[in-house]
Design a protein around this ligand. Sequence first.
Ligand SMILES: [Zn+2]
Length: 74
Amino acid sequence: MQVISCDICKKKMDNPVTDRTFYYIGGYGLCEACKDNLEYSIKPTIRNKEPFSMEWYRKILGDSLEKATQKGRI
Ligand SMILES: [Zn+2]
């Protein structure tokens, strides 16, 4: 049995299924709840960004993830 823990909330997951119950984003492993929170927290920023660029998006994502790992939550 494979056990992996979320890089943000440290919740342990038994037999994680990538992209279904566990997500790899920007080099971090996230549980579903943290992935949802991440998307929710950056959505307003993304919506108002003109012009949108992938480079900018990746930076926002990276910054949010870095802060979240330090806080232990998003
Ligand atoms: Zn989590």
